[in-house]
Design a protein around this ligand. Structure first.
Ligand code: BGC
Length: 566
């Protein structure tokens, strides 16, 4: 058993969106667990694709062009000059193919004007989401979390935590001592896809895993433990230990849980397994990230997840949250509360249609929640690989990439390289983007892994360019959204922003692009820093759970719902 501090945890099994193997029966589902087969970007199966008129740069501009025949496109000085990848050798790509490549990929070019527009849309949704009279019209749920402070560092106890809904499912024992960094024992587990559908099966499964974790770590099963639960899905929170599930995201099912209290359901299963464990708090993973980061850096005001899904939370003045109905559940001295924005849903009403392109629409259409989580689908790890595959498939259809692999097949759809492209994962994009030189070593490795061993230099350059375009747009949109939250932190001169998630951690340029765009978009007078808060979400749940328990004992007035006896 290893005891580690905040920044490292022990994993005995690890599962990652980047490496997760899917167990669906046929090969297609094995490749795309959450999607149906790729279909409808192709209006003409055997011929070339007719790009619809919407296939224009949403910003109305383009980046550098190689010669004057590709006219009308402006260079945005803020954009990284990623076209240089296409010029690693003279005449690497024939002119007509280059022009076609630029046209097909142009919808992914956004500029500062687009980002400012996104910011305005988001600001408006935030205001509407905080006002009970307009809340129903807002894409952003702006959920009050009932977490009103970061830890005092006077907390003490050995707390259990569960962290569910991200890349891994984690069980944690967090030892919190005054003025010390928490000591964490944690294990990562895979939740089988079969357990992601029905809540009772899921909670029974995680209760079993928790019991084994407690036994393995020699915890006294007769002793009473409190538990913090990080549940990374939208929930309408009524108190720290009351949270009604709203809707599933990230390919999960759990339809039976909708409108039910998640804490109650979990508690029932823990009781059924005769575990002497009481759930005192449920939090979102963004909240866990903020709280864990705040334990180290007290100026932390924002928590962000950029992983399989994406979301953010921030400290808002309680006076501006008109949607809190019961203030008796709040500590008397509270002036601020963390709001879970659920920013992944921005655009669900169509307010981001000026950014969303045909490729995004395709990804949305074949997802298991079409029309939902639009912003998330533009950014998060669950969708980025698929988005790149959609673009590469079109490029292949146009004879711009993988010509050798396509051979003389008339119907490329019956030819495996086309389908193999759809095995591309977000982890591959991170790997591809690690290439710096002209040899495209990583891109070749990825192509080999996918089963496309003869990628030419031009293929590699174009694949690499496409991945960079897609991830750059994602990082730019993230920067715009972060800037909006920064603007809400009026009154703070210095803030820290805690970020976690597999996309942020493993993508080699995401952070750099966010930082670059924040220089333009963030409020001028705000002194900010971005902190990676590794695996903080579970630790945050333990900290909130102990705070909740101590508040509960302190304030008789607190109107916590009686928990199911255990
Ligand atoms: C969920 C959020 C969560 C985010 C990151 C989204 O799909 O709706 O609640 O915070 O993923 O895990």
């Amino acid at each position: 058993m290893s005891h580690t501090n905040l920044s490292s945890t022990k994993s005995n099994q690890s599962c990652d969106i980047y490496s997760e193997k899917c167990k669906a029966p046929n090969w297609l589902q094995t490749c795309f667990p959450c999607f149906g087969p790729p279909l409808s970007l192709f209006s003409n199966v055997n011929g070339k694709l007719n790009i619809s008129p919407q296939f224009k740069s949403q910003a109305g501009k383009e980046i550098v062009h190689r010669n004057d025949t590709f006219g009308g496109l402006l260079h945005d000085p803020l954009e990284e000059d990623i076209t240089s990848i296409l010029h690693t050798k003279i005449d690497l790509i024939p002119d007509d193919e280059y022009k076609e490549l630029m046209n097909i990929t142009s919808p992914f070019h956004i500029n500062v004007e687009t980002l400012i527009h996104v910011m305005q849309v988001m600001e408006n949704s935030i205001k509407m989401g905080l006002d009970p009279t307009t809340q129903h019209k807002s894409d952003l749920k702006m959920i009050p979390t009932y977490v009103t402070t970061i830890a005092t560092k006077r907390e003490e106890g050995d707390i259990l935590a569960l962290d569910l809904g991200g890349t891994n499912f984690r069980t944690l024992l967090v030892k919190i001592r005054p003025q010390h960094d928490p000591v964490v024992i944690s294990e990562a587990h895979i939740v089988p896809d079969s357990k992601k559908q029905n809540s009772q099966e899921l909670f029974r499964f995680i209760s079993d895993v928790l019991k084994l974790f407690m036994i393995r770590n020699k915890l006294d099963l007769n002793k009473k433990f409190i538990l913090g639960f990080t549940f990374s899905f939208p929930c309408q929170q009524l108190a720290l230990n009351r949270a009604n599930f709203l809707y599933p995201t990230k390919g999960w099912g759990l339809q039976d849980l909708i409108d039910h209290d998640v804490v109650e359901k979990l508690q029932e299963c823990l009781n059924e397994k005769q575990l002497n464990v009481r759930v005192t708090a449920l939090i979102n993973d963004t909240v866990g990230t903020l709280i864990a980061c705040g334990y180290k850096v007290p100026s932390c005001k924002v928590g962000i997840i950029l992983g399989t899904g994406t979301n953010a939370c921030y400290f808002e003045d309680i006076s501006k949250i008109q949607t809190i109905t019961d203030t008796t559940v709040l500590p008397l001295e509270a002036t601020q509360m963390i709001i879970n924005t659920e920013w992944g849903a921005l655009g669900d009403s169509g307010c981001l249609d000026f950014v969303v392109n045909e490729f995004d629409r395709e990804v949305d259409k074949v997802s298991n929640n079409p029309g939902k989580q639009i912003f998330e689908k533009l950014i998060a790890g669950m969708y980025m690989g698929r988005l790149a595959a959609e673009v590469l498939a079109v490029l292949m259809n146009h004879g711009i990439i993988l010509k050798a692999q396509r051979g003389h097949q008339e119907s490329y759809r019956q030819y495996s390289p086309f389908w193999v492209l759809y095995n591309l994962q977000t982890s591959h994009i991170s790997e591809i983007e690690l290439d710096t030189g002209k040899t495209f070593a990583n891109t070749r490795t990825v192509m080999n892994k996918l089963g496309l061993p003869q990628a030419s230099d031009a293929d590699c350059a174009i694949i690499s360019y496409t991945c960079r375009l897609i991830s750059r747009r994602a990082a730019m949109l993230t920067a715009a959204a972060i800037a909006v939250l920064m603007k809400r932190l009026r009154g703070s001169n210095k803030v820290c922003i805690g970020i976690d998630g597999s996309l942020y951690r493993y993508h080699p340029r995401f952070n750099m692009i966010i930082q670059r765009h924040l220089k333009t978009l963030a409020p001028v007078l705000l002194d900010y820093e971005l902190h990676i808060s590794s695996d903080g979400s579970g630790i945050g749940a333990a900290i909130v759970a102990i705070t909740a328990d101590q508040e509960r004992q302190k304030l008789k007035k607190i109107a916590l719902k009686p928990t199911v006896a255990c």
